[in-house]
Design a protein around this ligand. Structure first.
Ligand code: HEM
Ligand code: HEM
Length: 163
């Protein structure tokens, strides 16, 4: 199967929906983190709708990440951009693998903590939160580098579908 010229409309929509969901997971994490602390102290936290919202938002990230992987496999993705450095191209590839791994492992660890009461999973969730923030930060910096330094129009690949 030849590689497509760009991402499909569905791949682009999923990329931006997941971006918004992950931002919301970070911005609105406080109620579930407080509830978790209370549960650990043996108390029962009061209901707050942002708690189920964190669970549902995270599960949606998991479903959409798996869907994206299926689309990568079935439809394919455009060839990686050439930036003239094999090391940077490898780093970009590893960065994308890391982002996918965290989009899957963050929800799984959260579910294991919340529904399985597994303390180590909550700790893993907190550690991976830092890794996800760092990788997303690097990813955004790379996108800006392409946009303003290399001026190769890479951002358009996540804006304009090419079927
Ligand atoms: C990509 C998806 C997710 C992201 C980005 C995310 C992000 C976060 C963040 C930033 C915190 C605060 C950590 C801290 O206090 O330092 C947190 C806490 C928590 N999240 Fe999530 N979350 C996700 C999915 C889920 C899911 C699906 C669940 C399932 C119930 C969940 C359960 C929890 C729990 C129990 C806590 C409190 C315990 C802890 O701090 O580790 N999360 N999450
Ligand atoms: C939580 C936030 C984000 C995550 C998890 C994420 C994840 C990913 C992943 C895994 C890819 C690889 C292609 C794929 O399989 O879909 C990708 C591509 C891309 N992302 Fe993001 N992204 C995020 C936010 C952003 C933001 C804020 C920007 C823009 C500033 C951006 C710009 C791009 C671009 C331009 C591509 C295409 C790169 C290429 O064609 O090689 N992303 N993103």
């Amino acid at each position: 199967m030849p590689a497509p010229k760009g991402y499909s409309a569905r791949q682009i929509r999923l990329h931006w929906i997941v971006t918004v969901l992950i931002v919301l997971q970070f911005v609105l994490h406080e109620p579930i983190a407080e509830a978790w602390d209370l549960i650990e102290d043996g108390q029962i936290p009061a209901f707050n709708w942002l708690i189920p919202a964190h669970v549902i938002g995270g599960v949606l990230v998991l479903i959409f990440a798996l869907w994206r992987l299926v689309l990568r496999q079935s439809r394919g993705v455009p060839p990686a951009p050439q930036v003239g450095s094999a090391a940077l191209e490898r780093a970009a590839h590893l960065g994308h693998i890391g982002l996918y791994a965290l989009m899957i492992l963050m929800p799984l660890s959260g579910l294991a903590a919340w529904f399985g009461g597994i303390d180590a999973a909550a700790e893993a969730h907190e550690v991976m939160k830092v890794a996800l923030l760092a990788l997303v930060g690097l990813h955004v910096l790379a996108a800006l580098w392409h946009q303003f330094w290399l001026k190769d129009g890479l951002l358009l690949r996540m804006k304009r579908p090419a079927d």
